[in-house]
Design a protein around this ligand. Sequence first.
Ligand SMILES: [Zn+2]
Length: 314
Amino acid sequence: MTEVPGNLPTRRLLLVHAHPDDETINNGVTMAKYVAEGALVTLVTCTLGEEGEVIPPELAHLASDRDDTLGPYRIGELDTAMAELGVTDHRFLGGPGRYRDSGMMGVAQNDHPGCFWRADLDEAAGHLANVILEVRPQVLVTYDDNGGYGHPDHIQAHRVAMRGYELAAERGHRIARVYEICMPRSVVEAGFARLAAAGEDFPFEGIATPDDVPGVVDDDQVHVTVDGAAYNDRKSAAMRAHASQIAVDDPFFSLSNDLGQVIFTTESYRQVRGEIPIPGTRGHDLFEGLADAADGDDTDSAGDAADGTGDGAR
Ligand SMILES: [Zn+2]
């Protein structure tokens, strides 16, 4: 679904994700909070997540090695999840099904000619630049250069986001800030300490120390933490909407590996483009200090009406 008000709201946030459900797991409270505050929140999802592992037995037939209908099914799940978060502008990069899920690193699906991992970078980023020029976000959120945890589609989503940022700047809109999703080291260390106190090992294979945790950064590299406790119900509801992929048991959830994780109500970000804050200074708003609608736009600003309540009429 794509619904952009005729008069763009003053604050505009764009998120680039690899598969349906990544947006909710990583940024669910952030998205719900900014929607509630009147910002335009635009989600671009790069694949349909066709290669996801299906959790509920009654949906097992959807999997890529059986009916291969998981992709279309997940479009519906994403629609429901976005309704829970209040997000009305969500799109698939290049249109639904343009890029196929590449599967985990090293599997045969990495070589599928239509998969996102094999996409031409400038072509894929060109699709994103079109969206950027349409909604003119001040803030872009995506993964770090390892895609958070090394999934090919997440790495590619990072590359496309950064290249799309460049292409859009060349074509007239420079996004004021780009943030990468991250995890503060202190939060990870506290998690390890709790497990140690309970006499348990960290429950993920290959993760023995805080340094092994995807996206972990030193605390002074965390530039913004969004406290979304007020929106945690929305995040939980949106996670439940991704039922083919996520089992929710508040405040925990699990993916197809069946290992419990905590649903984070605080989401953390490291700024990588724009004026980078001094290390150790941490804000709580992705837009903090940005002048209203003065977003460095080289093009017309007639659409930047100050009231954030466009009704679709232009
Ligand atoms: Zn993903």
